[in-house]
Ligand binder design. Structure first.
Ligand code: ASP
Length: 360
């Protein structure tokens, strides 16, 4: 744990003390050993609380509705900027290091171009086979190294929880670009932005998620985001082997979002606002045979979309698509994955970088 982040945590503790006295919860504080409160904050990344500057972005749990809307209004400004001028020099003199231990096309590419479009520089490390990681360097040392050269680090790693560990190893902000089967906050935020753009709201929505709920990190982050808003219902369509873990399922139920697990296309409600199709995450299976068994279960065809969908919905996918959506659907006006959804990722990452670097 570095000093600056330690200090920020203590500031939160002082605030808790203050609030506790203020709200007459002093008894509660007396019952909880101070070290436990400290570790609670170590485990749970700082809330954004309307101020992105210098913060790590590790989980959707850091966001409130207000934070999401601050990000969205800046995302719309970035969209306007790109469409009118292509970019600006807002991040001139700032360097982002993108450290990707796992394959990526869109997340890696859009973070890089976001920096370029705002006049900043970047260190692109994609696949760590050519770095000192191949010699056995620890994650902590790698983070220390690149924080000496850059102002913000974007990290993708195959293990759940690694983004948090990376964030604790450096003083500069760290953005989680996907940690194993954990979370993928920037993907979920761009998904939410796409939904908001289409329907003008993030509450009272019905969504259908299909594919790999067990391993899909984008699903977990998006469900966290949707839980912040009232009256959302999500239907999860997956093979039984790839249902959400019971721990995640119970956690989401507690958050107030209504989750309904379904087995067949015929269980899909007619009134869904969006469908969120996902790929079966081949790389997460220990046994290839288990993957083979489920890989072709939910292939979306035009006929299925027309039978179970409606004319006002949108069809999303975090991409890459393997075979789970037929090519023919790409030109359907409801399909936004290759068009709006992907571009929104760039605008949103531009806004997020500028906010975290304290430039807007
Ligand atoms: N690109 C997304 C991710 O990194 C979705 C996927 O890989 O299926 O999680």
């Amino acid at each position: 744990m570095n000093l600056l982040k330690c200090f920020k945590t203590f500031k939160q503790l002082v605030l808790i003390d203050f609030l506790a006295v203020d709200r007459k919860h002093i008894l509660l504080l007396k019952l909880v050993p101070r070290t436990k409160v400290f570790w609670f904050f170590m485990d749970n990344p700082q809330k954004i609380n309307g101020d992105f500057k210098g913060k790590d972005i590790v989980s959707l749990d850091q966001f409130s509705k207000k934070d999401i809307y601050i990000l969205f209004s800046n995302t719309s400004k970035m969209k306007n900027l790109v469409q009118k001028k292509g970019g600006s020099t807002l991040l001139k003199g700032k360097i982002m290091c993108a450290i990707f231990y796992e394959p990526s096309s869109r997340t890696f590419g859009s973070f890089i171009t976001s920096m370029q479009r705002l006049g900043g520089g970047f260190i692109p490390l994609q696949g760590m086979g050519n770095s000192s990681v191949a010699k056995g360097e620890t994650l902590e040392d790698t983070m220390q190294t690149f924080s000496s050269y850059s102002d913000v680090i974007v990290i993708r790693h195959p293990e759940r929880g690694t983004a948090k560990i990376a964030a604790n190893a450096t003083e500069i902000p760290v953005i989680n670009a996907g940690d194993g089967i954990g979370e993928h906050p920037t993907q979920a935020l761009l998904d939410l932005y796409t939904i908001q753009e289409e329907f003008g709201k993030l509450d009272n929505l019905t969504g259908v998620f299909a594919g790999d709920m067990l391993h899909g990190r984008t699903v977990k982050s998006l469900l966290r985001g949707l839980s912040l808003f009232k009256n959302n219902t999500c239907y999860l369509l997956s093979p039984k082997e790839l249902k959400l873990s019971r721990e995640d399922f119970n956690d989401f139920q507690r958050r107030g979002i209504k989750i309904i697990e379904i087995k067949n296309y015929s269980d899909i409600p007619k009134n869904a606002h969006f469908w969120y199709w996902t790929r079966i995450q081949k790389e997460r299976f220990e046994n290839f045979k288990d993957y083979e068994k489920v890989k072709n279960i939910f292939i979306l065809t035009k006929r299925l979309l027309d039978t179970y969908g409606n004319s006002k919905m949108i069809l999303m996918h975090p991409l890459p698509r393997v075979n789970e959506i037929e090519k023919e659907i790409d030109s359907d006006t409801r399909a936004v994955y290759l068009k709006r959804q992907m571009k929104n990722g760039m605008y949103l990452r531009m806004a997020l970088l500028a906010l975290v670097l304290g430039k807007i």
